[in-house]
Design a protein around this ligand. Structure first.
Ligand SMILES: NC(=O)c1ccc[n+]([C@@H]2O[C@H](COP(=O)([O-])OP(=O)(O)OC[C@H]3O[C@@H](n4cnc5c(N)ncnc54)[C@H](OP(=O)(O)O)[C@@H]3O)[C@@H](O)[C@H]2O)c1
Length: 206
């Protein structure tokens, strides 16, 4: 399976690329600038391409751009994405002297992406910090995934199960993305308070 990481030149996309490549996936790093993608990818021993070319050749498109560019990236690449499933990992964060807050938008980024592409959109991995994902060992935490399309969600759950030593947890429909994206702000506040690298574990599962 070929996975395109749009905006994969960033810290999260790079960490995800390393883990997915190690898990045996065919990964391509995307960028708005093809040369930047190729340079970042070469360091990891994988392919790099312009976001559009990466999306066209993929079996799964991960939108790993800076959060405030995610919806516009999806909108501009609608044709290139076509019917290929999309994974949104984006969470908008607002920083103030009191801490970090989630977006005040009424709908999640993932739902806004779903409004501008034809493909099924899945949301997840928000609680996996790039610093944890990119460490030597797989992070000891769960990965929460939500979405409305069972086949697309199945692909992402399988992939997510290979990223951590925890579980890939099905968190329900795409409407859950609002809460999952908001959880990122909670984790950042926890990290700040405890000088930690926190992740999530869901208890009580069979
Ligand atoms: N960092 C984390 O720990 C973490 C954890 C979970 C989820 N996430 C999510 O993962 C995504 C990436 O996070 P990150 O920390 O790697 O972000 P980042 O470094 O700020 O940005 C990633 C890439 O996005 C591209 N980009 C920047 N502005 C853009 C725009 N306006 N439109 C399109 N592309 C743009 C850039 O690539 P080019 O210039 O090469 O195109 C950049 O390298 C975010 O949505 C974030 O919410 C991050």
């Amino acid at each position: 399976m070929r996975i395109a990481l749009l905006g994969g030149t960033g810290s999260f996309g790079t960490a995800l690329a390393v883990r997915l490549h190690a898990a045996g996936y065919d990964v391509v790093i995307g960028s708005r600038d093809a040369e930047r993608a190729r340079a970042a990818a070469a360091e990891l021993g994988i392919d790099g391409a312009a976001n559009e070319d990466a999306a066209r050749a993929a079996d799964l498109v991960v939108i790993a751009t800076k959060a405030d560019g995610a919806v516009e990236t999806a909108r501009s690449l609608r044709d290139a994405i076509g019917a290929t499933p999309v994974l949104s990992v984006a969470a908008e964060l607002f920083f103030s002297k009191d801490g970090v807050s989630p977006t005040t938008e009424a709908t999640s980024i993932a739902q806004r992406i779903q409004d501008v592409v034809d493909a099924p959109v899945i949301a997840g991995l928000h609680s996996l910090a790039a610093s944890n994902l990119g460490g030597v060992d797989a992070p000891d935490e769960d990965a929460l995934i939500c979405g409305d399309d069972p086949d697309a969600k199945g692909i992402v759950l399988e992939l997510a199960g290979k990223l951590t030593t925890g579980r890939a947890v099905d968190a329900g429909p795409l409407a859950s993305a609002r809460a999952l994206e908001g959880m990122t702000a909670v984790i950042v506040n926890v990290n700040k308070r405890y000088r930690a690298h926190a992740g999530l574990r869901v208890t009580g599962l069979h």
